[in-house]
Design a protein around this ligand. Sequence first.
Ligand code: GDP
Length: 397
Amino acid sequence: MVPAGQWAGWRESDTAVPGRAGAGRALDSLVVSLTLGIVGLPNVGKSTLFNALTRNDVLAANYPFATIEPNVGVVPLPDDRLDRLAELFHAERTVPATVSFVDIAGIVKGASEGAGLGNKFLANIREANAICQVIRVFDDPDVVHVDGRIDPTSDIETINTELILADLQTLDKALPRLEKEARTRKESRPALENAQRAKEILDSGETLFSAGKDVDTELLRELSLLTTKPFLYVFNADEGVLTDDARREELAKLVAPADAVFLDAKVEAELLELDDEESVRELLESVGQPEPGLYALARAGFHTLGLQTYLTAGPKEARAWTIPQGATAPQAAGVIHTDFERNFIKAEVVSYADLVEAGSLVAARSAGKVRMEGKDYVMADGDVVEFRHGTTSKSKG
Ligand code: GDP
């Protein structure tokens, strides 16, 4: 999950849609601005995957005024609950939450010293909130592997090493300053000690994210270290691996506790070319997959970023809104409109499961399943909400 410190910018209006330029204010609060940066060795299938990520029309359909940079792919978070809600409320349309992926140049050995795209790569990755690492496990003699063989463990190590080396460079530059500050200001000592601890961890070959509680990433925030970011691993596999449960388990273990997603990037790209459900089902079956890999990727991306959704429904639309895990009711209201947060009075909340069981909001109310929550309420995933706020008596999202 994204370290708490990174939430500071989670509703920065100017970057609400990554890369969006000059869109109207109405859009500002619509999309939480967190992104996953796609990294990996050359020829692992990053571009193929990224093309699949950008070839969906969710954004065009739901955010017509948003302009997206060519290196940003926005995918919908699959959510069956929205269709059910739309039925219950006779909503005209459904609007899913989205997850944004940024295409970052390939990384090669020596990137931390400027090899390949070196510094540009590092600058791009610094801006991402989480790292989505693509690893090749597909076997294809026609596609050259940069290190000559398919070896996920070694690929993961290569990338980790480059990120670790880049962080060590940053720390080596910062430590003399931190030492000086700590000498003159006692309050600066924890920051220094923490940076020294981070250096030890990196020297031992571990990323700061996997070191978890051993370092206080909050205190390291100003340094924008790369390995404090949460990781998500995408194994770009062929049918042989996709249908081999034991192999998948072995690979997932390799990266645990980070999320692992298994997909065939080439198949994902082909799926988007198909327009009838039957062909989609057949192609998925041919690689032993129950659903498109992009679905799993969107869910894992959302999870890695530490996000969750709440739902609103009315005759206009059934909609999923993105909030950080742990957000309170007023913060959740603020995602719809900043005024809703400022003038928050209370939230009428029912869990999706209770609502569906009751069959309607009225029935859920009479069954006592609808709660009035105040400003300290911490949102749960799948809460169906109607906010009451000061400017008008009530609002539907
Ligand atoms: P990148 O350098 O990581 O961006 O890799 P590309 O996406 O350009 O892919 C490199 C080559 O591998 C291309 O020829 C792709 O068609 C091929 N490729 C990508 N994904 C797969 C896959 O899942 N299976 C197979 N067989 N080939 C793939």
